[in-house]
Ligand binder design. Structure first.
Ligand code: FAD
Length: 141
């Protein structure tokens, strides 16, 4: 039974590239053993992460993530049972924000800023679809 979960959170303190790399490294080390794939996006102090995998594995990781002191205001955006993975190629890919076209943000939000707290979970999921389609994801599994 596969599920896909998407959440947003705010960095507890300013996150520099080193800290972001550490989170991604930790994710890439642990996720293959858990059968988890996904994508992490960080912009303007906000994380958005998609986790795919077995229901138990995803639920348990999400429970751990909620308690991670590196972020706060964790909000569940979408949770669905899926027939197949969308991010099978990434143990934890990173959205390349430098390649993000502001027009894509404007398509789904009121302004050209990434604010999952201000739009529906479906809108953020649709934004991720476009990011995958335009190959703006770094860090192959
Ligand atoms: P341990 O490694 O035993 O750590 C114990 C506690 O310390 C936990 O509460 C942990 O959250 C916290 N902690 C761990 N490292 C640090 C640190 N460097 N600074 C501050 N606190 C720390 N983990 C995954 O396995 N897969 C993912 O895809 C994933 N994505 C993440 C995305 C974000 C935005 C963040 C902030 C973290 C992510 N993590 C991910 C890390 C996850 O929250 C856990 O730290 C990790 O899974 C280890 O869990 P543990 O219970 O074994 O904690």
């Amino acid at each position: 039974m596969l599920v896909r979960l998407m959440y947003a959170s705010r960095a507890a303190s300013p996150v520099d590239q080193e800290e972001l790399t550490a989170i991604l490294r930790q994710s890439k080390q642990r996720n293959p053993g858990l059968g988890i794939t996904g994508v992490l996006c960080f912009s303007g102090g906000i994380f958005i992460q998609v986790l795919e995998g077995g229901r138990n594995a995803v639920n348990q990781l999400y429970a751990r993530l909620v308690g991670d002191p590196r972020h706060a205001d964790v909000v569940l955006l979408t949770y669905e049972e899926i027939a197949e993975r969308r991010f099978a190629g990434w143990s934890m890919g990173q959205v390349n924000m430098t390649r993000l076209n502001p027009a894509v943000l404007l398509k789904y939000g009121e302004t050209a800023t990434l604010d999952p707290y201000a739009v529906s979970g479906r809108a953020t999921a649709a934004l991720f679809e476009e990011l995958v389609a335009t190959a703006a994801i770094m860090g192959q599994a």
